[in-house]
Ligand binder design. Structure first.
Ligand SMILES: [Zn+2]
Ligand SMILES: [Zn+2]
Length: 267
């Protein structure tokens, strides 16, 4: 199936989305590459599929898969890091970093916690993380620095990743402010704390792990008086106007629409 049609999305100089629903494979989260003076770093690597397309997209930017020194996984979900084992096969030197609370699910290939089974009807190709992340940790790779912000809620070991690119504070959020479900260890209180934490980061550029419809949750909760409208408004600043649709077809449709507007300034 010739599905992907979009070229890499340029976030800013040296930061591109090279993977996503229409950039690499329908099962992929957004996959970002940050190109440094000394190699490159991936934020998430996508599902076990779509590698050819991601490699092609990288190559178009002058980056070979073997130039990837580090992959920071935002959390253990299949669409974000299900391709970790394959990434290692294609580049044995790559280091994979995950928060310690999510790394075990990837090591055991936990079908529930990674979403692989019940959501994607697939197996999670297990892999071991090389680096276990903790809050506030600074990672150095490819001549760049990345700050890890533990941002639990969506999963216990979700992280946001902050780096400065040409003077701009660029934050990769993965699914940090996205509601999930109990099956993957969803914690509503923590998600709200995380949302506030993210809003306090003062990001210049925000690179989300997916997108628009996901913001409707805080909005509807605010409408029900369960969280403050202030939070909902603030979360909305991450996203284009949310389009509320239902059903799997519209789910993918929406991802496509949203991918066009992948990047939004937090302020
Ligand atoms: Zn997720
Ligand atoms: Zn996701």
């Amino acid at each position: 199936m010739e599905y992907p049609t979009l070229k890499p999305y340029k976030v800013c100089e040296n930061v591109y989305a090279v993977g996503g629903v229409r950039r690499s494979h329908p099962r992929d989260s957004a996959v970002y590459v940050v190109i440094g003076p000394d190699g490159a770093v991936l934020i998430d690597c996508g599902s076990p599929y779509g590698f050819e397309r991601r490699e092609k997209n990288l190559r178009g930017l002058g980056v070979e898969i073997t130039d990837i020194e580090l992959m920071i996984g935002t959390h253990c979900h299949y669409d974000h890091v299900g391709g970790g084992a394959e990434l290692k096969r294609r580049n044995p030197a790559v280091k994979i970093a995950l928060h310690e609370l999510d790394a075990t699910a990837c090591e055991s290939g936990d079908s529930d916690l990674t979403c692989a089974g019940w959501m994607f009807r697939d197996e999670f190709p297990a892999f071991e993380a090389d680096i276990l992340l903790g809050d506030g940790e600074i990672l150095r790779a490819a001549g760049l620095e990345f700050e890890i912000i533990h941002a639990p809620g969506h999963t216990a070991g979700s992280v946001a990743v902050s780096t400065v690119v040409r003077g701009k504070k660029t934050v990769f959020t993965g699914d940090c402010y996205v509601p999930s479900c109990e099956r993957v260890g969803y914690d509503y209180e923590k998600l709200m704390e995380t949302t506030e934490k993210l809003l306090g980061l003062g990001a210049d550029i925000v690179c989300p792990g997916h997108l628009g419809h996901l913001v409707t949750f805080p909005v509807t909760q605010a409408m029900k008086g369960k969280i403050s409208p202030e939070i909902a408004r603030a979360v909305c600043r991450f996203e284009p106007p949310a389009k509320i649709v239902s059903g799997i077809a519209s789910f993918f449709y929406e991802f496509n629409v949203i991918e066009q507007a992948l990047i939004h300034r937090a302020r």
